[in-house]
Design a protein around this ligand. Sequence first.
Ligand SMILES: [Zn+2]
Length: 122
Amino acid sequence: MICEECGGQFEKPKKGPRKRFCSSGCRSRAWRRGDRAAPTEPGRNRLALEETLRVQPPPASTAAHIEAARSLADAVDGDPKNSPLWGRYLDALERLADLTVAEEEAEIDAELDKLRALGPRM
Ligand SMILES: [Zn+2]
């Protein structure tokens, strides 16, 4: 048999389930690498985030924060029991919400300035 991690040959076990790796070292190396890799399919947090971004698109000025929130959503999906990671994800969402509100207020101010400019000059 061929080890999926190091490619080395190893004996097929006489009984028990079919093995994929030649040793426990190779098995844990492969597991760690797989764990670090981003999930290929978006997880439920990433999907929920994308849905929110679609329904309520944040301003373009927050693009970097959106990307940060996306990668944290992926990280949380890959490791849902990691509470510090959850904290960072929730912080990123809050920052995004704050920036969105700030941007909208600035837009409303700009609109009000235009209305004010239409008024009589004093
Ligand atoms: Zn191996």
